[in-house]
Design a protein around this ligand. Sequence first.
Ligand code: NAG
Ligand code: NAG
Length: 180
Amino acid sequence: MASRGRGAAPFLILLAFLAAQCFHQSTEAKKVTTNLHFFFHDILSGPDPSAVLVARRSGRTGPNGAFGDVSVVDDPLTEGPEADSPVVGYARGIYVSASRQSPILVMGLDYGFTAGPFNGSSFSVFSQNPILDRHREVAVVGGRGKFRMAQGFANLRTYSINATTGDAVVEYSVTLFHYE
Ligand SMILES: *[C@@H]1O[C@H](CO)[C@@H](O)[C@H](O)[C@H]1NC(C)=O
Ligand SMILES: *[C@@H]1O[C@H](CO)[C@@H](O)[C@H](O)[C@H]1NC(C)=O
């Protein structure tokens, strides 16, 4: 046993050396800040809606009748607020009406870019969104591609809403901290 213990010493030194190398390499990755600005189009109306209600409870009692609604979305992201503004990506996932009291959505969405320097990359939001507030902040919890390991936040402002159809355009100002 004793001789086996002595034989382990060089091995332990090697391990410590490798661990130091790993630590050294992990500090090399550079953390950067990226700001993004775009418009999110949530289209409920027409023959090709971008947000569809897929589940609703029976009986819509209580202060928020929409409580429990689940929608699946594939919402275009554009440079400007107009419907025909160039598309830069899509926000895909779900939002649920998750407050018994008021119109608060909880969104689980992947914002994937299809143009520009971040084509092929995405960031993910999982957050409450009190949609009637003029300004609200949602949490960015991760990302892919150039946004790997992203953390951050997005400030949302309703740009326009059609009271008849519920179609909405929301302005996004996003701050991401991520590795290059
Ligand atoms: C985005 O990336 C895809 C896949 O690499 C490519 O096919 C497409 O042409 C790119 N789009 C733009 C606008 O750069
Ligand atoms: C709201 O949508 C309806 C139905 O598409 C349309 O007729 C109306 O012009 C829209 N209102 C505004 C303010 O855009």
